[in-house]
Design a protein around this ligand. Sequence first.
Ligand code: ZN
Length: 202
Amino acid sequence: MNIEQVYKDANALLDGHFLLASGNHSSRYLQSAKVLEYPKKASLLTDALADMIKEAGIEVDTICSPAIGGILAGYELARSLDVRSIFVEKKEGGMELRRGFSIAQGEKIIICEDIITTGGSALKASKAIEALGGEVVAFASLANRGFCKRVKGNDISKEACALPEGIPLFALDDFTFEMYAPKDCPLCKEGNSQAIKPGSNS
Ligand code: ZN
């Protein structure tokens, strides 16, 4: 499966002039919720991700996603692996389980996102799970922005990666885009466009 083409076909991989949440500019943007608009296509993606996880011999009881962005990807990955799906939600400074969800001591959990940038939300989710006695056995994401090293990926972990070493990250592909400080942005220098905020972001 050509993952980049799947994202392009879903209008999830945009070309233009974008202002990122970090304040940097970029000529490409991943609107990763778009690739999950059609559940049958979404499940093809998570089937591929599940195959990578199974191939690596990872045993898992439950998928846990950080809300909101990770919920759909996590739910579909749980379907692909035939395990339970739960999610954690933002609270002051971290994440927490609500809605009657619980986990057992030693329960093996994969934290699943739609996209891993630096992995900050995934890290908060993993801390919430570990505080309740769960064991985080892996991180998983459909797309990886190239800050964190993924299993079978070519990139090395950058300093900005928040994910702990020693717990594998599975992702379908790396989407490593150039980012520019506004004063260095070649698109701004061309002068034909202004950086726009594409709008996501939970
Ligand atoms: Zn610019």
